[in-house]
Design a protein around this ligand. Structure first.
Ligand code: SF4
Length: 229
């Protein structure tokens, strides 16, 4: 049973922001406590958003599966030369973008592994290729690791990379591609990816992201993200 659940829910209903400890306590709820928390959350949702539901029509556009990281949990990434490894060229990217536009999407997500040879110019080219054929679709693209790698390979500060990509039509950045924003966990599941400690401030300020002992850290970091978005 969650300690002081009902007074905590009452406080939240009147504007209290949960502390990390309180948030973590709620994650341990079971049985009727879960229903009480769900009911309070639903009431707050109703007050803030009524019953309006918004959505985007999105299509993923895969650029390449050749990846420098080869994370242990991933079945997508390949080494260059592996069976099934690919990297789409301009013609293929534009054909996929046209196909997406023909389906009436409002957003294209350039979803990719972190290609060993890509530089900042590679990412600028990708945006330009899509913009050429579908200028009005929102572009949701590039993970923090792609941004970090482009900055490193091109010897350009991360902030400048973000500004150049934004200038070329980038609408919003993707999440972490591991979705765990705690470096000690990332060190186990995706050790070659940029850690939160490096990606956090620039990534979270650069463009709006949408998104255990580790649970409360994750909540705290997501909250920082929601403030900076
Ligand atoms: S960076 Fe992404 S694509 Fe590459 S191995 Fe890791 S999860 Fe897979």
């Amino acid at each position: 049973m969650v300690e002081n659940l009902h007074s905590l829910v009452r406080d939240v209903r009147t504007g209290h922001r949960l502390t990390e400890k309180e948030a973590f306590g709620l994650m341990t709820a079971t049985g009727r406590d879960v229903l009480a928390i769900a009911a309070a959350a639903d009431e707050i949702r109703e007050e803030k958003c009524r019953d309006d539901v918004t959505y985007v029509r999105n299509q993923n556009l895969h650029v390449t599966n050749i990846c420098k990281n080869l994370c242990g949990f991933c079945g997508f990434g390949r080494r260059a030369g592996d069976e099934g490894a690919y990297c789409n060229d301009k013609a293929a990217i534009q054909q996929k973008a046209r196909l997406a536009a023909g389906r009436g999407v409002t957003e294209i997500c350039l979803l990719s592994a972190v290609h060993t040879d890509f530089t900042l110019q590679s990412y600028l080219d990708l945006l330009e290729w899509v913009r050429e054929v579908v200028p009005h679709v929102h572009l949701h693209a590039f993970s923090p690791d792609e941004i970090s790698y482009a900055a490193e390979r091109s010897a350009v500060p991360t902030r400048d990379v973000l500004e150049q990509l934004k200038g070329a039509g980038l609408g919003s950045l993707q999440g972490t591609a591991a979705e765990i924003l705690v470096d000690t966990v990332r060190a186990v599941i995706c050790p070659k990816k940029v850690g939160y400690g490096r990606m956090g401030p620039d990534h979270l300020r650069g463009a709006p992201p949408r998104y255990s002992q580790h649970g409360d850290n994750h909540v705290r970091i997501v909250r920082i993200g929601s403030r900076s978005g």
